[in-house]
Design a protein around this ligand. Structure first.
Ligand code: J2J
Length: 535
């Protein structure tokens, strides 16, 4: 089973020749900024300002200590931290040490963490004592059972200084210690896939490919050392990490301003206080911001650009952004697997309001195909297939799934239905993958259905999307059960299995029999129509 599927030689050569892959580790932007502006603020986290010099020294200190502890380059880590400076310090430390992390979302629970630990077999776990699972050591013991090679567990906020992450970052350490030479063609870290399958899949991202998407995104979004970027979505998410996200801001020498969540009553104050110029949101959060302004709150005067992506953004809301928030709008359509599209600053307004942008690179090869595999005409909706200099080539150890996710030429099928205009701008019009996009949080239907089926009374289960004014979509579970069940029992059952709360169905419907397709599968199209009628 392959950990990482490389790009074919001819394409790798092309990407180097074009200057996309520059064979530098993902840390090179930070190295540059430490020389150029060591005292400038890289991260604003509450009242704490972390300079570029701090970010560099603290991440080196952690890297050096980890290696001194016996961790080796090439090993893997599972990290789960909230939105805080330590998230980035840890990320850079692991890059420097050559240890490949997956960054779990902070609202992931036992089920997700177990799966990452099982798949990656990490030697290192970094978490937070502020997370309910790590109030005591019971879950750590379980993780050590799953990954026998797990050597070290560190926590943000541990009472014992030997396990306290911040102590491990304290800069007074022999920094002369050697950090390993990194291979820019190798995997830097694993990104989380929104997924549509029973187990969450991991996406290997290399230094070269990720660095290119970050550099190019920073340029498209015109980031500068004056940029002050609000990170209010979960920090590990690919969008706020790389489109251009925090890594783009660090590359440009700007400041990342952290917020716990996108609530306008929290964010407007933080933005005002720190002069935030760019913010990245999902559509459901934009709805809240617009509502706040309509209710009389003053939007932060410093805001120049609002990026919106992660889920479908209604045109009617898009049109309100410049007027109500007093800033420019940029639509972003991306995926942790690679391809990212942006509307550009010089695009006509109409295009910014009605499309999700065009790809970063002229070598992003986007194909829009109909169900028979033929290329669609301009404007005709079809399936999005893509390959390119920063679109991955295979999930981590998932040979079977990779067979259906890629075609013979290495094009990845994102599961999205799009329309492409004559200039290559895309509009997302639907989805083929069996997923619920709940306010930008992706839920794989198969995963939740599998968990529901583990309840002894559940005979058949289907999770389908139900339109929702605020979140875009919500999950609706349709069930055939042996005996009558109450939703609260099913919720308790799911929570008991340790699944993240955002994956819990918002609604449960009980039916006598499931509608079936001609081949005998549950007909979700019919279910979606039924739940609309019974809403
Ligand atoms: C409709 N659907 C969208 C959009 C993503 C930048 C921005 C977003 C993500 C992301 C990302 C959408 N309109 N504007 O990684 O770098 C849906 C599509 C897509 C899936 C990917 C980035 N923007 N989507 O959301 O891996 O269905 O990445 O395939 O979480 O989100 O989800 P994810």
């Amino acid at each position: 089973m392959t950990d990482f599927t490389p790009w074919p030689e001819n394409l790798a050569e092309l990407y180097r020749q074009k200057g996309y892959w520059i064979d530098k580790p993902l840390t090179h932007g930070l190295h540059y900024q430490v020389q150029a502006r060591p005292g400038a603020s890289a991260i604003q986290c509450g009242a704490r300002a972390i300079s570029y010099a701090d970010l560099d020294h603290m991440s080196s200190a952690l890297a050096v200590r980890l290696l001194a502890e016996g961790l080796q380059p090439g090993e893997r880590a599972v990290v789960q931290l909230p939105n805080c400076a330590e998230f980035y310090i840890t990320f850079f430390a692991l890059l420097k040490a050559g240890i490949m992390p997956v960054n779990a979302l902070f609202n992931h629970r036992a089920l997700e963490l177990r799966s990452y630990v099982e798949q990656l077999q990490p030697t290192l776990f970094i978490g937070s004592r502020g997370h309910a699972l790590f109030k005591d050591d019971a879950f750590e013991t379980e993780l050590r059972e799953i990954s026998k090679g797990l050597k070290l567990c560190l926590y943000l906020g541990d009472a014992d200084p030997r396990a306290d992450l911040q102590q491990w970052m304290a800069p007074e350490v022999a920094e002369t210690a050697e950090l390993p030479e990194l291979d820019p063609g190798s995997v830097a870290f694993y990104q989380l896939s929104g997924g549509s399958t029973g187990t969450p899949k991991l996406i290997p991202r290399t230094h070269n490919d990720y660095d290119y998407s970050v550099r190019a995104s920073a340029e498209i979004c015109a980031l500068t050392p004056q940029t002050r970027f609000l990170c209010a979505l979960p920090a590990p998410h690919n969008y706020v990490m790389s489109s251009p996200g925090a890594l783009g801001v660090f590359f440009a020498g700007g400041t990342v301003v952290m917020a716990d969540n996108p609530d306008p009553s929290l964010c407007f104050d933080i933005m005002e206080q720190h002069g935030v110029t760019v913010a990245a949101l999902v559509p459901s959060a934009v709805g809240l911001w617009l509502e706040a302004v309509r209710e009389g709150k003053t939007p932060p005067a410093s805001l120049e650009l609002l990026q919106v992506g992660g889920a479908s953004f209604a045109e009617a809301l898009a049109r309100q952004v410049p007027e109500l928030l007093g800033c420019q709008l940029q639509q972003v359509f991306g995926m942790a697997e690679g391809l990212v599209n942006y509307t550009r600053f010089d695009d006509p307004e109409e295009r910014i309001f009605t499309t999700q942008g065009c790809p970063i690179s002229e070598h992003d090869e986007v194909r829009v195909r109909n169900a028979d595999g033929y290329d669609c005409a301009v404007g005709e909706p079809g399936q999005l297939w893509v390959r390119g200099p920063y679109t991955f080539r295979g999930y981590f150890r998932s040979p079977e799934h990779n067979k259906s996710a890629f075609d013979a030429e290495g094009f990845y099928f994102s599961g999205d239905l799009v329309q492409r205009d004559a200039d290559g701008y895309l509009r997302v019009v639907g989805r083929v993958k069996d997923q619920i996009n709940r306010g930008g949080e992706k839920i794989a239907a198969e995963e939740v259905e599998g968990l529901l089926l583990r309840h002894p009374e559940v005979l058949e289960a289907a999770l389908v999307a139900q339109p929702d004014a605020r979140l875009g979509e919500r999950g609706c579970a349709v069930l055939v059960t042996r005996n009558p069940l109450r939703p609260v029992e099913l919720r308790r059952h799911l929570m008991g299995l340790g699944v993240a709360e955002y994956k819990l169905p918002d609604r449960f419907i009980f039916v006598e029999t499931m509608p079936l397709t001609a081949v005998g599968k549950i007909n979700k199209r019919v279910l979606r129509d039924t739940i609309l009628e019974t809403q």
